[in-house]
Write a protein that binds this ligand. Structure first.
Ligand code: UGA
Length: 451
């Protein structure tokens, strides 16, 4: 009899795990979400998200009402009642920038112990981003040891990296460019492929590889996105030195070449978030551990960590010093549509400004203030857009929330004080809308280029 996966347990109710759980449930799959954090489980049971993600809360309410998503802190009953378990726990960086597998290891132990008494075949799938070799040599081995069962025979093993972006996670889940499956054995791959064929009704490309290739696909994709951004930022910084040149125009010219697409090529204050920085760093360290010095990967991080310094230098030069000058920061989240400030350029920028003498920094964000307060409460002032801009000598747009990109030039003009420096860190405003009253500066736009 051909087995079909209809019931899924997902370990880790963080951003990836919960979004995936909600999406599968919305397709009629019966899902059990597992997390060791009881407070989080209680919150989700009440249809409250532990983080901000557009459109997810209403969906959560619906699937909870329909009984399609159940939540627990207990592994064994959840594993026993389902035929596939996905591990979607975090894989942060350790102090040296290497991948920290402690949560993956803990989840593998618990799944292994829970499988001991399970009679039927069970598929274990790693969704977390893990360095090549982890699924086979760490997860597979732990489950084998703990359960006393044989991988590829009593239980299946796959890795299935996710490509969701915070802020558009549901949309990305519904319309992925591809599903990547790394399989330990043919049955495991076939079963997971069949599961996704049902979920996507055959509308999505499914790519099957061995475990290590699939693990590598995820790192190479995220590193390449980071590479594009750092390349755009490096070119932007060079463009600023050439009178009459604007990086946006240069990139338009470059991306008309069919070989170079325009996505993720936007110059700005640098990339942040919980994925791009840590994944480049993990791949770099993995290469180093294996005797290869990956200088290009190193360069991606170097350019990225330089970008906040670059921004501070522009502001300091324009204001003739930072002490006692009011500086407004628009946006704290690492990108719009999220409340996440992990590795956010805003935090690095603010710390740099403070180090260089700024003592009157005012910040605002529609969603990330609560998180940011924990780190910044004693070094900046929080306020509304008006409160931040009022009497400010400089304003830096860090996150491209529509609330900020829609601010008309006259607002900056009327609220701010000389020299009214507006530093467009996301290239969202039209430089030609600013006359001499507001000193407009854009990343990648030479001072003399403004028309
Ligand atoms: C990233 C990847 O885009 C996802 O495909 C992947 O699934 C995810 O990591 C992950 O590994 O879990 P995410 O971290 O949510 O997603 O954020 P991105 O949309 O990739 O943005 C990352 C950073 O790059 C942000 O700070 C953003 O502002 C910056 N960025 C993006 C630029 O500076 N310029 C651009 O042109 C695009």
């Amino acid at each position: 009899m051909t087995e079909v996966i209809k019931k899924v347990s997902i370990v880790g109710m963080g951003f990836v795990g919960l979004t995936t759980a909600a999406f599968f449930a919305s397709r009629g799959v019966s899902v059990i979400g597992i997390d060791i954090d009881n407070e989080k489980i209680q919150k989700i049971r009440k249809a409250t998200l532990p983080f901000y993600e557009e459109n997810l809360e209403p969906l959560l309410q619906t699937i909870l009402q329909k009984g399609l998503l159940r939540l627990t802190t207990a592994y064994e009953p959840a594993i026993t009642k389902t035929n596939m378990s996905m591990i979607a726990v975090g894989t942060p960086s350790d102090a040296q920038g290497q991948i920290d597998l402690r949560y993956v290891v803990a989840a593998a132990h618990s799944i292994g112990q829970s499988l001991k008494r399970k009679e039927n075949w069970h598929l274990v799938v790693i969704k977390s981003t893990v360095i090549p070799g982890t699924t086979r040599k760490v997860v597979g081995k732990i489950i084998t040891k703990e359960s006393g069962k044989t991988v590829g025979c009593d239980f299946g093993l796959c890795v299935n990296p996710e490509f969701l972006r915070e802020g558009s996670a549901l949309k990305d889940s519904m319309n992925p460019d591809r599903v990547v499956i790394g399989e330990n054995d043919d049955k495991s791959g076939r079963m997971l492929e069949a599961f996704y064929e049902t979920i996507y009704q055959g509308q999505t490309k499914i790519l099957r590889y061995n475990l290590e290739t699939a693990e590598m696909v995820k790192y190479v994709a995220n590193s390449f996105l980071a590479l594009k951004i750092s390349y755009a930022n490096e070119i932007a910084n060079i463009c600023e030195k050439i009178p009459g040149v604007d990086v946006c125009e240069v990139m338009k010219g470059v991306t008309t070449d069919f070989r170079i697409n325009p996505y993720f090529f936007g110059a700005g204050v640098g990339f942040g978030g919980s994925c791009l920085p840590k994944d480049v760093s993990a791949l770099l360290n993995f290469a180093k551990k294996h005797g290869y010095s990956a200088s290009l990967l190193q360069g991606i991080l170097q350019v990225n960590s330089h970008q906040p310094h670059h921004v501070v230098k522009i502001v300091k030069t324009a204001l003739g010093g930072l002490k006692d000058k009011k500086i407004a920061i628009l946006g704290l989240a690492f990108k719009k549509n999220t409340d996440d400030i992990r590795e956010a350029p805003s935090i690095k920028l603010i710390k740099q400004l403070r180090d260089k003498g700024a003592n009157k920094v005012f910040v605002t964000d529609p969603k990330a203030e609560k998180e940011a307060m924990r780190i910044l409460h004693n070094i900046v002032n929080f306020g509304s857009v008006e409160e931040c801009l009022n009497q400010a000598a400089a304003c830096i747009l860090v996150t491209d929330w529509p609330e900020y990109t829609n601010i008309p030039p006259k607002t900056f003009q009327s609220l701010m004080v000389e020299p009214r420096l507006l530093l467009d860190g996301r290239r969202c405003y039209d430089p030609s809308s600013y006359d001499g009253e507001v000193t407009y500066r854009g990343i990648g736009l030479s001072d003399a280029s403004k028309t």
